[in-house]
Design a protein around this ligand. Structure first.
Ligand SMILES: CC(C)(COP(=O)(O)OP(=O)(O)OC[C@H]1O[C@@H](n2cnc3c(N)ncnc32)[C@H](O)[C@@H]1OP(=O)(O)O)[C@@H](O)C(=O)NCCC(=O)NCCS
Length: 209
């Protein structure tokens, strides 16, 4: 029993809801270090050149998608969580949740990530006050992305950011703080709301004559 608990586990749940603990997933390389981590993958799903590192009591779960998930790299360590809800589309993204413990990355349903995306839940290094030595940049919760969010190419999302449903994040944006209003475009460095009352579709504009 003891041995069973300490094992790392890759669990694959097939389209019929059957649970498999002896499967690999095509296009996805899962690497475990130390113990107690778990990766749960729901089929049907299509990965290409993806990698998950799960270390020290971490949990990663990715729900089924009708879109391709390509060049996704996840690093989850130290009691962290990364949860990606269904119908995730991705060309290239790095999700780093491997510094301070107990932080969560949550990505909602129907999100579309372009290429060069970075999500970082922590600054990775400490900033402290020279007046009283207090720590100024300790992360609190992680990164939360709502449903149906389009993240443009080379956008970066930093610690403790929440993005509401139906947001578009412009190319090259640096998102340093949370937003609350749905159906906006946020863009720039640092990102600010540049348009309101909008939504987006996977297909390009020529499909809408
Ligand atoms: C954000 C985006 C969707 C906005 O498109 P749009 O609605 O046509 O916006 P506009 O061109 O009318 O721009 C409105 C304003 O925002 C600014 N802006 C637009 N995109 C911006 C960006 N990425 N960063 C900073 N500012 C931006 C414009 O310069 C303009 O500023 P102004 O009002 O001072 O002139 C588009 O610029 C973008 O970044 N697309 C992402 C493309 C992408 O990554 N595709 C991935 C394919 S895999």
């Amino acid at each position: 029993m003891e041995e069973e608990i300490t094992k790392n586990k890759l669990v694959v749940i097939d389209a019929e809801g059957n649970i498999h603990e002896d499967r690999t997933v095509e296009g996805l390389d899962v690497e475990f270090r130390t113990t107690y981590s778990m990766v749960v993958i729901h089929e049907p799903i299509h990965f290409e050149n993806c990698h998950i590192l799960a270390e020290s009591n971490s949990y990663v779960e990715i729900f089924p998608s009708t879109y391709e998930i390509v060049n996704l790299q996840i690093s989850a360590k130290n009691h962290s969580e990364v949860i990606i809800q269904e119908n995730f589309a991705c060309r290239e993204a790095l999700i780093e949740n491997h510094d301070e413990p107990n932080l969560k990355v949550s990505i909602g349903k129907d999100c579309m990530f372009s290429y060069g995306i970075i999500i970082r839940v922590s600054d990775g290094h400490t900033i402290f006050s020279t007046e009283d030595s207090s720590i100024l940049n300790r992360p609190k919760v992680g990164v939360t992305i709502g449903d149906h969010v389009w993240v443009g190419m080379r956008a970066s999302i930093l610690k403790d950011v929440t993005i509401p449903n139906n947001t578009i994040i412009g190319a090259g944006s640096l998102v340093t703080k949370s937003f609350t209003e749905e159906n906006t475009i946020i863009a720039g460095t640092p990102a600010k709301v540049i348009k309101k009352n909008v939504n987006w579709h996977h297909l390009h504009t020529d499909f809408f004559k």
